[in-house]
Design a protein around this ligand. Structure first.
Ligand SMILES: CC(=O)N[C@H](C=O)[C@@H](O)[C@H](O)[C@H](O)COP(=O)(O)O
Length: 235
């Protein structure tokens, strides 16, 4: 599929993020591939996944385009989503159609700038689609100026500058989609049907949902918290 067709195929649709890190109960490429299959059968138009093994397992199980990342922590930087060329190469090698990477203005590993990494990727892999995971309007604008194909609001709420902003941040979606032609994917903290309606009416190109669909421990916690509250109010 060519770049434009792939971007168009995401319009108005749901991407299911299938991720379980080492410390999570569902950590397993097999389980993630079945989560992806459930997403595909449910009508999702794409899958977001972390790590070579998960991406490969998912690509064997579903026919949907995959937005790939590699989460890895570095001692000299807070950036953990596809932070360097090493992770980019891993995502490409795993066969993901779209590479998502941190697009914030924070210090990157080895002191590299976002622009340096971006240019390097375009040189090495001229045909891949690139998604910038950003946290603020300024970062979204910068990512668009650099030439990213897609922007996602993934990191709003997860950086020092945005940690107090309530999620989902549909204001960020609205502001970016009003100012930019680059498609904006709503991602981060979407839990309800009203949230996705708000994302689309705010101009989102599509919506990426993880925890509310693929993290049963988090879903359980949410119900338990609500029930505890109700229980205490009835005492
Ligand atoms: C901040 C961060 O590390 N976000 C990650 C990015 O890939 C995932 O852990 C999230 O699940 C994903 O962004 C979807 O968001 P939510 O699970 O809230 O629907």
């Amino acid at each position: 599929m060519d770049k434009q067709k792939l971007i168009e195929s995401l319009r108005g649709g749901l991407v299911v993020s299938c991720q379980a890190l080492m410390e999570e109960p569902l950590h397993s490429s097999f389980i993630m591939s079945k989560m992806a299959l459930a997403g595909q059968r449910g009508g999702a138009i794409g899958i977001r996944a972390n790590g070579i093994e998960d991406i490969k397992a998912i690509k064997q199980e579903v026919q949907l385009p995959v937005i790939g990342i590699v989460k890895r922590e570095y001692p000299d930087s807070p950036i953990f989503i596809t932070a360097t060329m090493k992770e980019v190469s891993e995502v490409v090698e795993a066969g993901a159609e779209i590479i998502a990477m941190d697009g914030t203005n924070r210090v990157r590993p080895n002191g590299k700038s976002l622009e340096e990494l971006y240019l390097n990727i375009r040189k090495e892999y001229p045909t891949v689609l690139l998604m910038a995971d950003i946290s603020t309007v300024e970062e979204g604008i910068r990512a668009s100026e650099l030439g990213f194909d897609l922007i996602a609001t993934t990191l709003s709420g997860y950086t020092d500058d945005t940690k107090d902003i309530p999620l989902p941040n549909t204001e960020l979606v609205k502001s970016l989609s009003e100012q930019l032609d680059t498609p904006i994917m709503a991602e981060g903290g979407y839990w309800t049907l009203e949230d996705v309606e708000q994302a689309l009416t705010s101009g989102a190109h599509g919506c990426i949902i993880g925890s509310a669909i693929t993290r049963p421990m988090e879903i359980t916690k949410r119900f338990v918290a609500k029930m505890s509250k109700v229980n205490s109010s009835m005492e």
